[in-house]
Design a protein around this ligand. Structure first.
Ligand SMILES: Nc1nc2c(ncn2[C@@H]2O[C@H](COP(=O)(O)OP(=O)(O)OP(=O)(O)O)[C@@H](O)[C@H]2O)c(=O)[nH]1
Ligand SMILES: [Mg+2]
Length: 248
């Protein structure tokens, strides 16, 4: 099935998880609102800096185009995405996208991701395909990300070059077919798990180049615990894959 083409564009909903992004969110939303047929769902985890309130204000400025989910309970990127995806699947949209709030993911790349979803089930905004780039990352961050991707590809046999990118665009049907309540990771590893599960279900995974820009405002939430979960998840995924295969 092809997506709407030409003047009638695919209707896109972009899920933006936020935790303490009050300075970045208005800039990101402003840029996204310049694109036709794009809606936004902000999933805020009770940010102490008041990002949730900022998001509510943006929703009032752009009625019908911005929704805000105020999560309560256990915080987490994976959990936020699961809740956001479950909500988004009830909306009349053709593609559902994932994007960080910290302006690392330039909304100008969004049309190329959406266009590529015409021929793929999930499109990754990729730093590691020809034309992709990273701006303003220190050397140790570059090395860590490169090594993480080599490690994930080796262990899981995923063929995508950038398995940890959080900039993605899904065809709605592909996302709807994912067993969202069976996910085992709740942090950043959720991104790898999503790809692993999608690949296992035969989804077509494509990559389009993006230039990733290091955040200028706010703080990264990458912690030791996040890195540990990321190191273990590929093994947990293949272990689960094998045990699933062994079942009668
Ligand atoms: N809802 C929610 N959003 C989160 C959580 N942790 C991170 N985020 C958001 O997820 C996105 C990515 O988080 P970052 O802190 O930028 O992590 P990162 O991009 O891996 O790290 P940097 O490259 O250092 O920025 C941002 O939009 C964050 O605000 C969380 O627990 N809950
Ligand atoms: Mg970031």
């Amino acid at each position: 099935m092809s997506l709407r083409q030409g003047p009638e564009q695919a209707r896109a909903l972009v899920i933006v998880p936020t935790f303490n992004e009050r300075e970045n969110l208005p800039v990101l939303v402003g840029e996204l609102m310049r694109q036709p047929d794009v809606r936004v769902l902000v999933v805020d985890d009770q940010s102490p800096d008041g990002t949730g309130g900022v998001a509510d204000g943006l929703a009032r400025v752009h009625p019908g185009r911005i929704d805000v989910m105020h999560r309560t309970g256990v915080r987490g990127l994976g959990r936020s995405y699961i809740d956001g995806i479950a909500w988004s699947l009830h909306e009349p949209v053709d593609v559902i996208c994932q994007m960080d709030a910290d302006l690392s993911h330039d909304p100008r790349h969004l049309p190329s991701l959406i266009a590529a979803a015409g021929q793929a089930d999930v499109v990754i905004g990729s730093r590691y395909v020809p034309g992709g780039a990273i701006r303003n990352w220190p050397r140790r961050r570059r090395v860590l990300s490169r090594l993480a991707n080599i490690y994930i590809r080796q262990v899981t046999r995923l063929s995508a070059r950038d398995c940890t990118s959080g900039y993605r665009c899904w065809r709605r049907e592909a996302l709807a077919a994912m067993p969202l309540d069976g996910f085992i990771s709740d942090g950043y590893s959720f991104l790898v798990e999503m790809l692993f599960v999608a690949a296992g279900r035969g989804s077509r995974i494509a990559e389009v180049p993006i230039t990733f820009v290091e955040r200028r405002l706010g703080e990264s939430k990458l912690s030791r615990a996040v890195l540990l979960e990321s190191a273990l998840t590929p093994w947990r995924l293949i272990a689960r894959g094998r045990s699933t295969l062994r079942r009668p």
